[in-house]
Design a protein around this ligand. Structure first.
Ligand code: MLT
Length: 407
């Protein structure tokens, strides 16, 4: 008799964004003439930049001729891309990351979900609340939690982000082994200073813990005082793995390219207390379970790092940031308390009522989709997240609609 992995039965019936998509589809069916403006899931709307498209086409053309054709690529990613990333994203910021410490993949969602395979089943895991649901659900699937009791899984340590702490959780009171951090934060848009991040690195060093640092929104940082990578913090190379993505940086949500930095100095311990290289284990995992990302996509990704590609992708990010500024300004002027939207594409808004109630009201009365904060955890209750990934016209129209509903 085939038996099910019962850990899956502990999960909520559907993933947050699937749940929202279903509600929106139902609304559209009942109201076929309403033009819905989607500011829920953070999915980019603007096309790939010209430099990226050109390189993408060149990559496809190379596949059309036997002399330039590419079969299986290296599971870790092509050297030309790993070298660019190490130099441009890390070494240029004083972070000591080598090309062979970079692993190319098709998404930070997959990487942050897959990495926990490397750790024992009984480690203590700390997740922020509110949180990107992937960190929680993948640990549930792996059996590291008990049941969901009142919206929280038993055995997970929840690091509470609140208005009072600026959505930068305090260090855990009990020792933990694995810590998920994400800055600029999804969903709150909050950012972390070097000093605050330094406390987490010190904590991890002291407790032989590991930080999984999700920096998927790093390119939205405009404040030069903020850290762009955790490896700007002294000692982080021993205790942190960093996740990045071109999804939001360069409009790759439909193209798929991300990467993870796994320093050779990061270890996890066996039951006898011996350290094992996480770099070696991740390399083993990747070479067993994936053949990587297609050649044309990696070629397109490399173009993001060309002078032209840099300027064009920075302009894309600037576009979303100026949308975020409009959302933040409008919601503030309507009397709502906002976080984020300055070095982040997300504006986190205190809705002054239940999150799902606010979500339903905006959908029904304004045909605008947001994300209910409660979907990101108990501390998100009462908040909604509005995403700035849209055209300027849609953002302006959405704000007009919100103004007439909320004023
Ligand atoms: C979000 O809306 O939180 C993101 O788009 C989710 C993701 O990147 O997977």
């Amino acid at each position: 008799m085939i038996r099910v992995n019962e850990n899956y039965l502990k999960l909520k019936a559907s993933y947050l964004f699937s749940d929202i998509a279903r509600r929106v589809a139902d609304f559209q069916k009942e109201n076929p003439d309403r033009k819905i403006i989607r500011m829920g899931i953070g999915d980019v709307t603007e096309p790939l930049s010209p430099a990226v498209i050109r390189a993408f086409h060149e990559g496809v053309d190379e596949m059309a001729s036997a002399s330039t054709f590419h079969g299986y690529g290296p599971e870790q990613g092509y050297g030309f891309l790993r070298e660019l990333i190490a130099r441009e994203d890390f070494q240029s910021r004083g972070a000591d990351i080598a090309p062979d410490e970079i692993f190319i993949s098709d998404g930070a969602k997959c990487d942050t979900g897959n990495i926990q395979e490397l750790f024992a089943g009984d480690i203590r895991v700390a997740v922020p609340d509110p949180v990107y649901p992937v960190y929680v659900d993948t640990n549930v699937m792996a059996g590291r939690t008990g049941n969901n009791a009142g919206g929280r899984y038993e055995s997970l340590v929840y690091l509470e982000g609140t208005r009072a702490n600026g959505f930068i959780p305090d260090l855990p009171k009990e020792p933990v082994d694995l810590i998920y951090l994400c800055y600029p934060n999804n969903p709150t848009g909050a950012t972390i200073t070097r000093e605050q991040l330094g406390k987490w690195v010190d904590y991890a060093r002291k407790h032989k813990a590991l930080i999984l640092y999700d920096a998927a929104y790093e390119s939205f940082i405009r404040d030069p005082s903020l850290p762009r990578t955790i490896y700007e913090i002294e000692g982080a190379r021993e205790v942190a793995i960093e996740f990045r993505s071109l999804s939001k940086t360069a409009g790759f949500t439909g193209t798929r390219l991300a990467f993870v930095a796994v320093p050779k100095t990061c270890v996890a311990y066996d039951s006898a207390g011996n350290g094992h290289s996480l770099h070696a284990l991740w390399n083993r995992r990747q070479s067993t379970k994936t053949n990587g990302v297609s050649y044309p996509v990696q070629k397109a990704a490399a173009a993001v790092y060309s002078p032209e590609g840099r300027a064009q992708t920075a302009a894309l990010v600037d576009h979303y940031l100026s949308n975020a500024a409009i959302i933040r300004r409008e919601m503030t002027s309507l009397g709502y308390d906002c976080v984020g939207g300055e070095n982040s594409p997300y504006v986190w808004i205190d809705g002054k009522m239940g999150s799902w109630e606010f979500f339903d009201m905006l959908l029904r009365e304004a045909a605008v989709v947001c994300t209910p904060g409660a979907g990101f955890g108990a501390c998100g209750e009462g908040f909604i997240r509005i995403s700035a990934f849209n055209s300027l016209e849609n953002v302006q129209e959405a704000m007009e609609r919100l103004r007439s509903v909320l004023k």
